[in-house]
Write a protein of this length. Structure first.
Length: 232
């Protein structure tokens, strides 16, 4: 058996990945330095189109192109729909929907030319549900799922797989306000068949799958990692 044949379909050795939102939460689930991998940090405002364009240009100018884009960065603003400010709406939609679109569009063009690549969006349970007091987030994450499918339809014939991971209730700083509210926390856990909150590492494994050769025939999918929430 050759070295190539013995290689695991989940092996990402030699791949270049760009992960947005890597400073915390799900994006920080893998401590690359401890795994012996090279890591370069960049400070980018995903809600600012010029900042996103600057990141895309920097990545496209590198000698080694991006093989995997994990569009993970996102923000949330909570409050009743009737009182949701225009500023909050604009910030959430710009960061959670427009930024990921422009980054995927820019890097995806190169992937299409190379006829290989993986793009993974971080969607949400609210891509399927409306939620409560998070109208801009629900709208942006719903749009993100539609965008995932639209990109997949166009780019799958060119060797570029576009999919989404759908985290459920994951213990991060974004969900701290829910976990520290005893009543809200209890109602959430009671609905999760697994009986507990997830952790960022739970999502990381699915992202690795979608980034690897193991998912070669997976296109336009939205994979829940939610402890069974959507099945309830």
């Amino acid at each position: 058996m050759s070295q190539h044949e013995a290689r695991s379909p989940f092996d990402l050795t030699g791949q270049v990945a760009l992960v947005t939102g890597a400073s915390r939460g799900i994006g920080l689930a893998a401590e690359l330095g401890q795994l012996g991998r090279e890591f370069e940090a960049r400070n980018v405002d995903m809600g600012d189109r010029a900042s996103v364009a600057e990141l895309a240009d920097a990545m496209l100018s590198r000698e080694r192109p991006v093989d995997v884009l994990v569009n993970n960065a996102g923000i949330i603003r909570r409050g009743p729909a009737a009182a949701h400010s225009a500023q909050d709406w604009d910030q959430v939609v710009a960061t959670d929907l427009s930024g990921p679109f422009f980054l995927a569009q820019s890097l995806g063009r190169q992937m299409v030319q190379r006829r290989r690549g993986r793009i993974i969006f971080t969607a949400s349970l609210l891509s399927f549900q409306g939620g409560i007091n998070v109208i801009s987030y629900a709208a942006a994450k719903s749009g993100l799922l539609g965008m995932t499918r639209a990109f997949a339809n166009e780019w799958a014939p060119h060797g570029v797989n576009v999919n989404a991971v759908v985290p459920g209730y994951i213990a991060t700083d974004v969900t701290e306000v829910l976990r520290t509210d005893p009543e809200r926390n209890r109602s959430i856990v009671e609905r999760i068949p697994a009986g507990h909150w997830g952790v960022p590492e739970d999502v990381a494994g699915t992202i690795v799958f979608l980034a690897s050769a193991a998912s070669a025939y997976v296109c336009g999918a939205a994979i829940p990692v939610d402890g069974g929430w959507l099945s309830r």
